[in-house]
Design a protein around this ligand. Structure first.
Ligand code: PCP
Length: 374
């Protein structure tokens, strides 16, 4: 059977998914009988926003467990700033050289999605945000996308391959409504057959005006109406939403909520958060810009060494009592009240700590309210 255009876990684990220059590096160093002891740090010199969320460590640990290396990192869900090391690997260079591509891939993508989700969650100011974007990426990545979105603070996810325990949400696509003669038939049928715990959120823009369909859905018992109006038909979206709200209220459906989806961006969330009860966000989370991490040698055979533009020496990042961060050489005394953020993850191949998904998310949710936002 032909396989999909993806790389197998086994190939990744064996270091087969790498940039060719690492293969050439290995060959050359081996022939020269060189294998220096190095410490490498992962840092981002610039970020898409002023802060970001560290995510993807669970995959890095799964990859490096069993190798003769030490790994130290910020726990997943830690807020970090540019120039801060988020992860460090120490060991003989040839034992992990070829994994750089994979390690950065894990971290850049997952941290980008978690950060995108966190910024949107922050923008929503308490309105629920649901991750609807697994369809915007290769399906082989769906689990990672939903995991990262959840860590970043999304209130639920839509893909059935999400890690166990995550709230999986969603009711109906346009295709379902179109299988029936009238939307009412679809909504009523859904109500008859959907599990009791699934909220009756009815899609209200398939054929007619959002206001007309929303009223009809409310009359059918909708708990909420979902407006997924295509961009080409939007006009003034704010006035469409306000009109829907007005008419629902005027007809006694004050309890019927409004759910907005379809191309929703961070800016849309800010524009409509006062009149929308919940958001379904696809591409703005799943396609969030990746974090541009680099992985660089900072110490060679115990001596600080760095390329241009990077700071030499092994470092620690401290969270200060007010929430600010400070980067210091690891051997320097901790600042007063400073909490070290980089902690041991692997010691000579042995995993020191499990990555706890819920703890990662709580870490984000605790910090979010105090973070800067445009
Ligand atoms: C999908 C769904 C969400 C969209 C995707 C989220 O829309 O209804 O609203 O992704 P986005 O934020 O990147 O747009 P459609 O593909 O129009 O879905 P349907 O099958 O319901 O027509």
């Amino acid at each position: 059977m032909e396989r999909f255009e993806t790389v197998s876990d086994e190939t990744i684990r064996q270091g087969g998914c790498t940039d060719i220059y690492f293969v050439r590096t290995e060959e050359t160093l081996r022939r020269e009988h060189m294998n220096p002891l190095v410490s490498m740090e992962v840092t981002a010199s610039a970020l898409p926003d002023s802060w970001a969320i560290f995510c993807g460590l669970s995959d890095v640990i799964a990859l490096l467990e069993g190798l003769p290396v030490n790994v130290d990192a910020m726990p997943e869900g830690t807020i970090f700033f540019k120039e801060e090391p988020v992860l460090r690997i120490s060991g003989k260079y040839l034992d992990f050289c070829r994994y750089e591509t994979t390690i950065l891939g894990f971290l850049c993508h997952a941290s980008g999605i978690a950060s995108g989700a966190a910024h949107i969650t922050r923008a929503a100011q308490g309105r629920p945000v649901y991750s609807f974007g697994s369809r915007r990426q290769h399906p082989a990545l769906a689990r990672m996308i939903e995991r990262a979105a959840w860590i970043g603070g999304a209130d639920g996810v839509s893909n059935t391959c999400a890690p166990e325990g995550l709230p999986v949400v969603g009711t109906m696509p346009h295709a379902f409504v179109m299988c029936y003669e009238k939307p009412e038939d679809a909504w009523r049928s859904f109500d008859r057959h959907a599990p009791k715990e699934v909220p009756r959120i009815m899609l209200c823009d398939t054929y007619c005006d959002e206001k007309a369909e929303s009223l009809r859905a409310a009359e059918c018992g909708a708990a909420a109406v979902r407006l997924d109006t295509p961009r080409s038909r939007r006009g003034n979206m704010r006035s469409i939403i306000e009109e829907v709200r007005w008419e629902l209220d005027a007809h006694g459906f004050t309890g019927v909520k409004i759910f907005l989806s379809g191309g929703v961006t961070r800016e849309d969330v800010i524009l409509y958060r006062d009149i929308v009860d919940a958001f379904g966000v696809g591409g703005a989370i799943a396609n969030a810009p990746v974090i541009d991490f680099g992985m660089d040698i900072v110490e060679l055979e115990g001596t600080p060494k760095a390329k241009r533009g990077k700071r030499s020496g092994v470092k620690q990042v401290y969270e200060l009592p007010g929430g600010d961060h400070r980067i210091l050489p690891v051997m320097q005394a901790a600042p007063e009240g400073g909490k070290p953020l980089i902690i041991p993850c692997i010691r000579n191949g042995t995993r020191m700590k499990e990555c706890d998904l819920q703890a990662a998310r709580e870490r984000v949710l605790r910090r979010l309210p105090g973070l800067s936002f445009p």
